[in-house]
Design a protein around this ligand. Structure first.
Ligand SMILES: CC(C)C(=O)C(=O)O
Length: 506
């Protein structure tokens, strides 16, 4: 089957930058532009609005100079205005060769914002297109508020399109400026213009105000749109634009009659880079690129994956340069843990697996995020504790820490079935705990406590900051040194757990 090619125009650097609070630096724009064209392989990029700032001019100059050296200048587009040639002067200074001229696509906008008649507007547009052509600048034309125009002033839109299709332009760009269209309307409106002007190239530019951006783009393609405007991570004005990653997945999986040149495996990398540069966080459940979307949390899913991939769909993570994960927490169960152990190359017997599962459920109950990186630490803690006979139990404690007061601890300890209690102050919470312990041992035990000679804390690499913390304490008794470890989400508690182990060893 011969597939119809759909041009993908990425507008992250123009409409995406209109996300409230986002501004890319010159070098960030250049880096993103290179990635979009060279790795992601979109067909065109819109990188700026003309006349915005000095920095914007510098960014466009850098990008056009690189694009010219790599023969890609025709893929670089800039939003321009009908402004008696000022935007064209800016284009000439920037080195860009394709303008996306903003014009009015609804009578409402034309009358109330520009306060012009269609005749005056068309004459200004004609002059701008001709001036651009004189300077070897190609023109695409945006019909701003086109979706409203199709709803409320169709006669104006078609009169304007009759005029435009006789002009020296490359493409007509049809925005749903306010994201108001339904999928059904999108199909109908695009089909109408395509039918009337079968030889003209039409792009659809969808916004996401009703969360219908992807659905509308899908209908635009079915109705015959030749190109689509998308942004990385769905960035853009208000609720953003149709997100590129989701649209590419939808086209590749559901619209077999068309094809796009975009390289799916680069989607995640580009998405992450744009997230870092923009500071605009990707929601964890954002399809294709969100942190959680390839993580199975329920144990039953991991179990089903094991049995003939029962919980897989066509969105395989490897397509997008990602990997399936199995979450660890209170609902994860043994199957998830087994999957993570397999990944790490660790094997446990049934009894050990049961104990590790129990510990993860306990941690999950405390609302902690347990990651695969934490798993070896949990295993070693569980198995290590298992080998020690528990004669001494740190049963209860109150740790006091208040501004302007010395930290204090009240401690209840059970030694071979007998409960003891002590209170002490210290330089920090753990120091106060140790002082209370020393008091107890001095009064009630003949045993000497070992001295603490080193105290190290580490967080499993890749672990979330609210997850686990391991305290490793080196003790010295007479000439012998030994180490105990404690694991908890709270640093002081992890040190107390390491100390409890020491009490059971001496
Ligand atoms: C500025 C214009 C082209 C726009 O982004 C829109 O109408 O959505």
């Amino acid at each position: 089957m011969i597939q119809r090619k759909i041009e993908i125009m990425d507008t992250t650097l123009r409409d995406g930058e209109q996300t409230s609070g986002v501004s890319f630096s010159v070098s960030e724009k250049l880096t993103i532009a290179k990635l979009l064209l060279e790795e992601l392989k979109v067909d065109r990029i819109e990188i700026a609005s003309a006349r915005v700032s000095k920095g914007e001019l510098e960014a466009v100059q850098k990008i056009t100079s690189w694009a010219s050296s790599t023969n890609q200048l025709e893929k670089i587009e800039v939003l321009t205005f009908v402004d008696a040639g000022k935007s064209i002067d800016w284009m000439l200074a920037s080195g860009a060769k394709v303008q996306n001229l903003l014009t009015k696509g609804s009578l409402n906008h034309l009358t109330h914002q520009l306060k012009k008649t269609p005749k005056q507007h068309f004459a200004d547009i004609k002059a701008t297109i001709e001036l651009a052509a004189k300077h070897h600048i190609k023109t695409n034309v945006y019909l701003e508020d086109w979706s409203n125009g199709m709803r409320n002033s169709k006669a104006y839109v078609f009169k304007y399109l009759d005029f435009l299709t006789t002009q020296n332009i490359e493409r007509i760009l049809l925005p749903d400026t306010l994201g108001i269209l339904t999928p059904k309307e999108t199909f109908t409106f695009i089909a109408e213009v395509r039918q009337k002007y079968p030889n003209t190239h039409f792009d659809f530019h969808g916004h996401n105000d009703y969360d219908l951006g992807v659905a509308n783009v899908m209908e635009a393609v079915k109705a015959g749109a030749n190109g689509l405007h998308l942004t990385i991570n769905g960035m853009g004005e208000r609720a953003g634009n149709a997100p590129l990653a989701s649209v590419i997945a939808v086209i590749n999986d559901f619209l077999k009659e068309v094809e796009v040149a975009v390289n799916e495996t680069a989607l995640n990398k580009v998405s992450k880079l744009v997230e870092t540069f923009s500071g605009f966080r990707i929601p964890v459940n954002k399809p294709v690129v969100g942190a959680n979307v390839f993580t199975q949390t329920a144990g039953i899913h991991a179990d089903g994956d094991h049995k003939n991939n029962l919980y897989f769909n066509d969105l395989m993570p490897e397509r997008f340069g990602r990997k399936r994960k199995y979450a660890l927490g209170k609902t994860s169960g043994k199957a998830n843990i087994q999957k993570n152990l397999q990944d790490l190359g660790i094997s446990l017997n049934d009894d050990e697996l049961k104990k590790v599962t129990q510990r993860i459920i306990e941690l999950g109950d405390k609302k902690e995020v347990v990651s695969q990186d934490d798993l070896p630490y949990i295993i070693s803690d569980v198995l290590d504790s298992d080998t020690i006979e528990k004669r001494v139990v740190v049963e209860n404690y109150v740790l006091g820490h208040a501004k302007g007061m010395k930290p204090s601890t009240t401690l209840q300890l059970i030694v071979e079935g007998v409960r003891y209690e002590a209170h002490a102050q210290g330089d920090g919470q753990f120091d106060a705990f140790m002082n209370a312990l020393k008091k107890l041992y001095k009064t009630h035990s003949k045993k000497e406590l070992p001295s603490l000679i080193d105290y190290a804390v580490r967080i499993p690499p890749g672990s979330h900051s609210d997850a686990l913390c391991e305290t490793i304490i080196t003790w010295k008794r007479e000439k012998n040194e030994f180490i105990t470890r404690g694991l908890d989400s709270d640093q002081t508690v992890s040190a107390i757990k390491a100390t409890e182990k020491m009490l059971n060893i001496i």
